[in-house]
Design a protein. Structure first.
Length: 350
């Protein structure tokens, strides 16, 4: 199965595969991916952006992974806590999420000298296939099993080559009764041109505890930026998957209402009633990953928007301009003195 086209499209927008420890798999060396591991020749992930929607006992997850690779064989794996359903989403959703949650910019002015100079700061061993479906350009298999070696062998037989570390990290998910989703781009779809990148995939599943799985990230080789949106009935707190590292930063927390989203049609489809959007930004170090990200309702629905301070450099007066100002002032003083003297002389003559 030739997936060269898929690898090329990853450079722009690979809005794909609902967070959940997504894994890029192919014959090569494992590389970084915030949601898991990436195995493909010369693959360089850039950023992972995910939206988690909470709707009662159902969780919907959509992820946008931006990456680049020259590999001609790339595929994906991810664990889910229960049998999932799939749908295609629109990548414009992430643009709209960024627009409504971006930090407020405040400016400070710093004067530089007039000539423009000045610095800038810088189950048993068996595997059961519970689903085998086609969704858009994708072919998906959903697996159950309790033996990570058996699952790894099945995936290898289907051209999913897993390094030992990644197969080992699948073990805890399988032991907890999770399923593994394996995704390929369909051969006939690989020859098509997707001008705006591959369409995002929205994955829905039932869960008793809202979660964004991260444990497969421990198999990654590089740190990776992660932006996580949570759309729910209330503000949501997140746990830190890397307790030895810096925790995710809160960037935005606020209410969204349908009448405010006329210019954001994709987001408006999800916000049919008043809902709360929370956004977190983090950089995930795989060596520090010990757990998934767990989502819990905050004590209060306090709103927040991060503030970014930017410096505006303004041009101050040059030496010549300052000299002109001084000379002008001297001239004015001279004129004033002359006028006073002239008035006095006229009075004396009278």
């Amino acid at each position: 199965m030739r997936l060269f086209v898929l690898a090329r499209w990853l450079l722009t927008v690979l809005a794909l595969l609902g967070g959940l420890g997504a894994v890029l798999v192919g014959p090569g060396v494992a590389n970084a991916c915030a949601c898991g591991a990436a195995i493909a020749d010369d693959l360089t992930p850039v950023r992972e952006t995910a939206l988690v929607e909470l709707d009662g006992p159902t969780e919907h997850v959509t992820v946008n992974i931006t990456a680049d690779t020259t590999s001609d064989s790339v595929a994906f794996l991810m664990p889910v806590p229960s049998r999932a359903e799939f749908a295609i989403a629109d990548a414009a959703l992430f643009t709209e999420l960024d627009e409504v949650s971006r930090p407020r910019v405040e400016y400070r002015e710093k004067e530089i000298d007039g000539n423009g100079a000045g610095g800038v700061e810088a189950p048993g061993g068996e595997v059961t296939v519970v689903d085998h479906v086609e969704v858009g350009p994708y072919e998906l298999a959903q697996l159950t099993g309790t033996d990570n070696r058996a699952v790894s062998d099945w995936l290898t037989a289907k051209d999913f080559t897993l390094p030992p570390d990644l197969a080992r990290h699948l073990g805890p998910y399988l032991a907890e009764g999770w399923l593994v989703i394996a995704v390929h781009l369909r051969p006939e779809a690989a020859e098509k041109t997707f001008d705006d990148g591959l369409p995002p995939m929205r994955i829905s599943f039932a869960t008793t505890e809202p979660v964004y799985p991260m444990r497969l990230s421990a198999a990654a080789k590089r740190s990776q930026p992660l932006r996580l949106y949570v759309l729910a009935d209330h503000r949501m707190d997140v746990t830190d998957p890397t307790p030895g590292d810096s925790e995710p930063d809160l960037t935005f927390a606020g209410w969204l209402t349908p009448d405010e989203l006329d210019e954001h049609p994709e987001l408006a489809k999800l916000v049919t009633e008043r809902r709360f959007l929370t956004r977190y930004d983090a950089r995930v170090d795989p060596e520090e990953v010990t757990d998934d990200i767990h989502l819990t309702q905050a004590a209060e629905d306090e709103t927040y928007r991060a503030v970014v301070v930017q410096t505006r450099y303004v041009r101050g007066p040059s030496t010549a301009e300052m000299t002109l100002v001084v000379l002008s002032g001297v001239a004015l003083v001279g004129l004033a003195v002359g006028a006073v003297v002239l008035v006095r002389r006229r009075r004396q003559r009278r």
